[in-house]
Design a protein around this ligand. Structure first.
Ligand code: LR7
Ligand code: MN
Length: 741
């Protein structure tokens, strides 16, 4: 006791106090630490729960289930999500595309064959339009039309070895090498799998309810895993040229031969002839696709290939790829429609070759009809429940067919397209394309590819295997319920030879109650060629423009001025072109009670910029600082006042200065101006403004009287026509709002 007491005396007391205090401090610290650990734990726990909930949500959105996504850009059913703004979609601006194009960027959204490979002369023989117009519209049209080759973006050259399974960022690519003929194990597994699947298919009859839940791994009866059927996996020459879709090389001594034969197909025909007609290609589907379940009892299909003067080896490869990679019970027939080819090998030799395959039939047209009417002939002969149209230089990839048929089975108004991959025109390699690509159009109705905006993909959690809503199909590769095709009035039979029919059928499908989708789990390679290898019965360019004008007149409503205004004004002149009778097509649209084009733009292609006029509001004179005013029957200049209706004008796509139905026109004789009823075909009413002539961009220059400009007269606030002078401020005009360039 004594020593303790001693400690509690004097400095000892202080020491004892410090000791006790530190123990208390330590205890408190430990308690605090425990509290904060609990806190972290509970936070982690919360996060985990949220993550799991998210995961559950995602899982319940199985690719095969009826898609509840209300997104206008995807395969959802509701259509009222906010539009994706044009800003988030810079690719859609034609000028940007053009500049990307010039730089040869790899990420072009409308990548192209090399300039000059096309024999297009979009302005040939037009004969209207002044030199100044040629500066703007023709350059634009030239550029736009030269993009018609339509190669999808992200095309990746493959090296000599097939891409390894795990390294592709483009989705899973099964290495072709895994499946070489030497690898008997893989092959026999594939065969077993197919035997299993087909026996399920044969055993089950009748359609299960479409709402059947397909989520569970094994799936309820009535569904099966998509068949990864590929007959080309049976023994073959694994070392053959181009095998497994690899790039094939040509010895330099063979270059001359390559060149000589190039024009037969406008691709490397020499090489194509060396590649086996049943070569294997890498299975480029996203990884999950092979696990997808599809219904038993899918509808059967007739595959229709139209061709004119197609190269022998590519035509055969197209047919074999269908025979070898389609479940036989789903392939009702293959119909080859020969559009009056001129090559001898496409007659008896083709008959003889195809006679080996009972499913293949050949229809020969007695005169050249063009691909549109050729497809109609094929469709008319088809007996399958679904029509599948393909170009005659394609290779269907593993598992390509069932996903297409499944979509139609679930909803007969869906029109699914495979992802179109690229077979190189030079080395015939099978190349990958970027994910998330949709078919779109740019003015003046030019097809292109554009990715779903990244932010959009993230926000809606879109996976690389989800169906993608597609405003415009490329045209050549799609499946459609046969009956539905006819309900829609098939193709406009007034469309000639080639071009524009993809616009027509796309607008028709969307506006009349259907949907177009791209299915990443269905993939088909296509040889993109720099030129059409066949001749056109009439001028190629005139044929295409005429087709497009028919489409614009029937489907675009008030937006057709955007089509004409992007370089096709000359088509408004009935003396230049006869687009034929449209009564039936217009009737059809009424009968089907199709929605209008505004609806299409807002709901299907909301990121398209389509202002109905180029500029609007007041027209301000820079020198006089007054505004153009329609006063009684005269044009004068008056103090600007936005609330005065008489000062509000539009600058239209037809380049008119327009107030209601009144248009400003130059008066040649006395350099004055007149007012005339507007008429889109009347070239006298057209004024250049913000045109490519930089020195005169603020001017209003008459198209009809070149180099005559609208000028304010300060003396009496009237107007006159005068020779254009770049620096003359009384010739400079500004609209309140510019909506397009
Ligand atoms: O007069 C003709 N008669 C035909 O039978 C002209 C062509 N054809 C055949 C031709 O042999 C080929 O099999 O029709 C098919 C399509 O012709 P292509 O291959 O010359 O056309 P393309 O691939 O250059 O053009 C695309 O745009 C066309 C516009 O009318 C058609 O819609 C094509 O089917 C279409 N091709 C694709 O969509 C494949 C992917 C291209 C992209 C993007
Ligand atoms: Mn083609």
């Amino acid at each position: 006791m004594i020593p303790i007491r001693r400690y509690l005396r004097g400095s000892g007391r202080v020491l004892a106090f410090v000791f006790v205090a530190s123990i208390v401090w330590l205890l408190l610290d430990i308690a605090a630490l425990r509290l904060s650990i609990d806190d972290v734990n509970s936070k982690l726990l919360k996060e985990k729960v949220i993550r799991e909930r998210e995961l559950l949500k995602q899982q319940s959105r199985v690719p095969l289930g009826p898609n509840p996504d209300p997104d206008p850009l995807r395969g959802g059913q509701k259509q009222d999500l906010p539009a994706v703004g044009p800003q988030s979609h810079s690719e859609l601006h034609p000028n940007e595309v053009l500049s990307e194009h010039k730089q040869g960027s790899a990420s072009l959204n409308v990548p192209v064959m090399k300039q000059g490979e096309r024999s297009l002369d979009p302005n040939g023989g037009r004969g209207d339009g002044s030199k100044a117009e040629r500066g703007s519209n023709e350059a634009m049209l030239n550029e736009v039309l030269s993009n018609i080759a339509k190669v999808p973006p992200g095309v990746q050259e493959r090296t000599d070895a097939p891409p390894p399974a795990s390294t592709s960022t483009k989705g899973h690519v099964h290495g072709g090498a895994e499946k070489t003929a030497a690898n008997g194990e893989v092959q026999s597994r594939e065969r077993e799998l197919y035997a299993e699947e087909t026996s399920v298919l044969r055993a089950t009859k009748g359609r299960p309810a479409p709402e059947t839940d397909l989520r569970a791994g094994g799936g309820p009866s009535g569904v099966h895993r998509v068949s990864s059927l590929d007959v080309t996996l049976s023994p073959r020459d694994a070392k053959a040229v181009g095998q497994f879709g690899q790039a094939a090389q040509v010895g330099s001594d063979e270059d001359a031969e390559v060149k000589r034969r190039w024009n037969e197909g406008h691709f490397n025909v020499f090489l194509s002839d060396k590649i086996p007609v049943d070569r294997a290609v890498p299975d480029t589907r996203p990884e999950t696709c092979a696990q997808d379940l599809v219904h038993d009892g899918l509808p059967t299909t007739s595959v229709v290939f139209c061709f004119v003067d197609e190269v022998w080896s590519t035509l055969l490869r197209s047919v074999h790829s269908v025979l070898n990679r389609s479940p036989p019970h789903l392939l009702r027939e293959i119909i080859l429609v020969d559009d009056f080819s001129t090559k001898d090998y496409l007659r008896e030799p083709l008959d003889a070759y195809m006679s080996q395959f009972p499913k293949v039939q050949i229809i020969r047209l007695k005169e050249r009809q063009g691909l549109i009417r050729a497809r109609l002939a094929g469709a008319a002969a088809a007996k399958g429940e679904v029509l599948t149209f393909l170009d005659s230089h394609v290779e269907c990839n593993v598992g390509w067919l069932e996903p297409l048929l499944e979509r139609i089975y679930r909803d007969r108004k869906k029109v699914p397209c495979p992802v179109i991959e690229v077979i190189s025109d030079k080395d015939m390699s099978y190349m990958l394309v970027d994910n998330f690509q949709r078919g779109i159009f740019k003015w003046p109705l030019v097809f292109g590819w554009s990715p779903l905006p990244e932010e959009y993909i993230r926000k809606h959690n879109i996976s690389i295997s989800d169906p993608i809503r597609c405003p415009i199909m490329a045209g050549g590769l799609f499946a459609i319920d046969r009956q539905y095709f006819y309900e829609l009035g098939a193709y406009d039979p007034g469309l000639d030879v080639w071009g524009g029919e993809n616009m027509e059928i796309s607008f028709k499908i969307w506006m009349c109650g259907g949907e177009i989708e791209i299915l990443p789990c269905s993939r088909v390679g296509h040889i993109f060629r720099g030129q059409n290898p066949y001749s056109f019965p009439k001028d190629r360019q005139k044929t295409v423009e005429r087709n497009l004008a028919r489409v614009a007149e029937v489907w675009l409503d008030e937006y057709k001025v955007l089509f004409y205004g992007h370089g096709y004004q000359h088509l408004l002149d009935k003396n230049v072109i006869d687009i034929g009778n449209l009564t039936e097509q217009i009737e059809l649209r009424k009968r089907l009670q199709c929605k209008n084009f505004k609806w299409y733009l807002e709901n299907v292609y909301p990121d398209m910029d389509a202002p109905l006029v180029k500029a609007e509001g007041l027209i301000f004179n820079v020198g006089l600082r007054k505004c153009l005013t329609l006063w009684r029957n005269f044009l004068i200049l008056d103090v600007c006042n936005l609330s005065k209706q008489t000062q509000l004008f539009n600058y239209t796509w037809m380049k008119q200065i327009r107030q209601k139905d009144i248009c400003v026109a130059p008066q040649g004789k006395d350099n004055s101006l007149t007012l005339q009823p507007c008429n889109n075909a009347n070239t006298e009413l057209r004024w250049f403004h913000k045109s490519s002539n930089a020195a005169l961009e603020d001017h209003l220059m008459s198209e009809f009287l070149p180099y005559m400009c609208l000028e304010a007269k300060p003396r009496d606030d009237t107007l006159q026509l005068a020779a254009c002078t770049p620096e003359h401020v009384f010739q400079k005009w500004r609209f309140t709002r510019y909506l397009a360039q």
